[in-house]
Design a protein around this ligand. Structure first.
Ligand SMILES: NC(=O)c1ccc[n+]([C@@H]2O[C@H](COP(=O)([O-])OP(=O)(O)OC[C@H]3O[C@@H](n4cnc5c(N)ncnc54)[C@H](O)[C@@H]3O)[C@@H](O)[C@H]2O)c1
Length: 257
């Protein structure tokens, strides 16, 4: 009999996990039994999430968490974090979640080289660094997963976010090409396009005009909390997704269909 969602014995590294979706994903993976390295550019924020997981007993029996400061644009820090996460999994790093992200919105004529570059550095180069650092530690027995976080912006475009949309669309190409390369190693590579009430979306949720515009686009007519979208990450990380690779899964109340 197959067990589908039990991550006991697996280790995971989640980037940008000091807040929002990343924190919820770290907690959900731990609740499913994984040992999780919670990382964030803010080491302090990451440490708080790891502490929350450990004091909750990780909800899943036997799960545990550690934390590390990791700015994903720093390759050396990514190499160190990957090794730390692998040590949590007795030499294996099963699940990599490339979640760290920023937005820097401006209408196109006002976009600067600097905001374009920083957005790419964090989303695309960051995912490149962390995944390449993790790869030597990812097992080839069918349990290895890379989960990248893209966005509806990368699938359909968004006003005032040419830099962010370009970076998120870049991650879709990244995901599909890497999925083809790593299929021979039995490692699944997928992307998820979430929508959730987090610090990142606070401005669009609290500005009356932006909020109304968003509600018109969401068929379910509500925002998800971060822990509601986290379940889809557990699914992609789990044995239930052992025959899924190179896909982009929107988890957004039906906004992209
Ligand atoms: N919230 C949404 O509705 C939504 C929609 C589509 C895509 N996303 C994507 O989901 C991911 C998480 O978004 P969120 O809403 O939780 O954002 P958030 O702003 O709430 O949290 C992002 C986290 O990333 C960290 N971070 C920022 N720069 C970093 C860096 N260089 N290295 C490491 N960590 C860094 C921040 O400190 C923060 O803890 C992002 O990739 C975002 O683009 C979010």
């Amino acid at each position: 009999m197959r067990t589908y969602f039990d991550l006991t014995g697996r280790s995971a590294l989640v980037t940008g996990a000091g807040a929002g979706i990343g924190a919820a994903v770290a907690e959900a993976l731990a609740a499913a039994g994984a040992a999780v390295l919670v990382t964030d550019i803010s080491g302090e924020a990451a440490a708080k999430v790891a502490e929350r997981i450990n004091t909750a007993g990780g909800k899943g029996a036997g799960s545990k968490a550690e934390s590390a400061a990791l700015d994903v644009s720093d390759r050396d820090a990514a190499v160190a974090a990957a090794a730390q996460a692998a040590a949590l999994g007795e030499g294996n790093l099963h699940i990599v979640v490339n979640n760290a992200g920023v937005t820097s919105p401006a209408m196109f004529p006002k976009l600067t080289d600097e905001t374009f570059r920083v957005t790419f550095d964090i989303h695309v180069m960051g995912t490149f660094h962390v995944t390449q650092a993790a790869l030597p530690h990812i097992p080839t027995d069918g349990t290895g997963r890379v989960i990248n976080v893209t966005s509806a912006a990368g699938l359909t475009g968004t006003l005032g976010q040419v830099n962010y949309s370009a970076a998120k669309a870049g991650l879709i190409g990244f995901t599909k090409s890497l999925a083809r390369e790593l299929a021979t190693k039995n490692i699944m590579v997928n992307a998820l396009a979430p929508l959730a009430a987090t610090p990142m979306t606070e401005t669009i949720r609290t500005n009356e005009k932006f909020a109304a515009n968003m509600m018109n686009r969401i068929p379910l007519k509500r925002w998800a909390e971060a822990d509601e979208v986290a379940g889809a990450f557990v699914f992609l990380a789990s044995d239930a997704a052992s025959y899924i690779t190179g896909q982009v899964l929107p988890v957004d109340g039906g906004m992209v269909m």
